[in-house]
Write a protein that binds this ligand. Structure first.
Ligand code: AMP
Ligand code: MG
Length: 491
């Protein structure tokens, strides 16, 4: 039997934290791919994973001897409305592995069959959304943004029934943990203060060990989660990422991006951009994400109130102080990132206005978010390449007015032109997983069992800053008739 070297800690928490059960076997497991780099980081042998024995485990048809599969209990606010019980309805935590870097990670099967938390769901996942999560999470890792990873994808040989019958699949997901804001809410809403405390202690051990030494460890934990969420959402904005379902059950306290559903990247810059077909009111639109992340950590603070102080009023005061840290933390990460995107190493008070001016010109002129910044790198080194940036604006002169002010500002910054260009190209991706190409790659795999486009795209987006000849097609925004306006979570 294949050995993962599981070393489980979540299962030491009381029974009410999870349901213990095995995955439901599938008809005919088939390998889509193993993520060799992630396997190695975890100290796993990619060849063993790709063997029939390994594939059986990844499909849920065999359970390694040292695994102790559980479905985690959690609650969550979905689009602002509280569900007291969600939980892993189609996922199982196989166990935890301590990787070569010494970090503990969860290995989870997603799409592994029904659990006590499935409600009316079938516990399964369709191939398209599995590939989508694989592709986008690996792209996020390529940007250097905290994220869960994809260790493997397998097909089940069984259909799943959504609007139509679709091929089924299982994703093996790797995460720093699967503790969500909604996990705290689950126990808090049951007034189970003991469980909230146990969960907080567990989270401190796993994610914020330094908090143990703080004057108030629970406060330090809350501050840690708030800081991670604030930084994460800033990183999303800096690459044009729209998560799409920022429910509290999809907010990981580790600070990793988790639960890729109808997520997508913006092409033309517009802060109101929404792709998700179910987000009718635009609650999770691009520019709303910082406010929503703050809303989500406010729900965490509420759930943790009994831990912050014995008296409610005092606890609320502490929670407010912690939450006040979100804005400055977000702002520092966002503004700092934008400064780097336009090539600045130094900071001046007027930088914000300069950047805002660029963004509003981009919005008014439907400039492609990714390409505008990428092309600015060349323009920073050589104004002769301005034509490239200008071409991104419907009215190219909108760029000229800004570029003059920008160059004046660059003149007060350090570094040579070539250093600046290299620094900018290291933060402004040439490639993002463009929606129209994502859809094309998934369609080829799902409808024609052709994984070529998926593999090709994966190779592009996992090295997003390295511009390579022959990949021009991946850098280009969609033509008007290629534009994808709606994405579906496909659950
Ligand atoms: P999500 O929108 O994917 O974050 O899922 C929200 C909740 O619905 C979680 O509790 C999931 O486990 C559950 N869920 C989603 N899809 C299914 C499914 N096909 N079967 C059972 N539960 C599901
Ligand atoms: Mg979820």
């Amino acid at each position: 039997m294949i050995a993962f070297g599981f070393n489980n800690t979540y299962t030491r928490l009381p029974d009410r934290f999870y349901a213990r059960l095995a995955p439901t076997p599938v008809a005919k497991p088939g390998l889509v791919r193993i993520n060799e780099a992630v396997a190695r980081e975890l100290g796993l042998d990619p060849d063993a994973l790709a063997s029939p024995e390994g594939i059986a485990v990844l499909a849920g048809n065999a359970v390694p001897a040292d695994a102790d599969p559980i479905a985690l209990a959690y609650a969550g606010h979905q689009f602002g409305y509280f569900s007291p019980q969600l939980g892993d309805g189609r996922a199982l935590l196989l166990g935890e592995v301590v990787g070569r870097d010494g970090a503990r990670r969860d290995i989870q099967l997603k799409g592994s069959g029904p659990t006590p938390f499935s409600r009316n769901g079938d516990g399964r996942a369709a191939l398209g959304p599995v590939l989508r999560e694989y592709l986008i999470s690996e792209a996020m890792a390529g940007f250097g943004i905290p994220t869960t990873r994809a260790l493997a994808a397998v097909t089940t040989g069984q259909p799943v029934y959504r609007e139509t019958a679709l091929p089924g699949a299982v994703l093996t997901r790797v995460a720093a943990s699967h503790i969500r804001v909604g996990t705290f809410q689950y126990f808090a809403s049951q007034q189970d203060e003991e469980a909230v405390r146990l969960l907080a202690d567990y989270t401190i051990d796993r994610h914020d060990p330094a908090a143990r030494q703080a004057a108030s460890p629970y406060r330090a934990l809350l501050e840690g989660v708030i800081a991670r969420q604030a930084t994460l959402v800033a990183q999303w904005l800096l690459v044009g990422f729209i998560h799409g379902v920022m429910n509290t059950d999809n907010a990981a306290v580790s600070g990793e991006t988790i639960d890729y559903g109808p997520c997508a990247f913006m092409d033309a810059y517009d802060p109101r951009t929404v792709f998700s077909s179910i987000d009718e009111l635009g609650r999770y639109a691009y520019a709303n994400q910082p406010g929503i992340a703050h809303w989500n950590v406010t729900r965490l603070a509420e759930a943790m109130l009994p831990l912050l102080a014995p008296e409610t009023d005092a606890a609320v005061e502490i929670a407010k102080e912690c939450l006040a840290g979100f804005g400055p933390r977000f702002e520092a990460a966002y503004l700092g990132g934008l400064r780097r995107k336009i090539g600045l190493q130094s900071a001046e008070d007027e930088d914000r206005a300069l950047i805002q001016d660029l963004l509003s010109r981009m919005k008014d002129n439907a400039a492609d978010f990714t390409l505008t910044f990428r092309k600015l790198a060349a323009a920073a080194a050589d104004p002769a390449t301005d034509s490239g940036v200008r071409a991104e604006f419907t009215d190219p002169s909108a760029y000229d007015g800004w570029a003059t002010a920008w160059r004046t500002r660059l003149g007060r910054d350090a570094g040579t032109a070539e250093e600046r260009r290299a620094a900018m190209e290291a933060v402004n991706p040439a490639y993002i997983p463009r929606n129209h190409l994502v859809e094309e790659a998934l369609e080829a795999a799902v409808s024609h069992q052709d994984y070529g486009p998926f593999e090709a795209m994966l190779a592009v987006v996992t090295r997003p800053f390295e511009e390579r000849p022959g990949l021009e097609r991946y850098a280009k925004p969609p033509l008007p008739d290629q534009r994808v306006l709606r994405t579906f979570c496909g659950t």
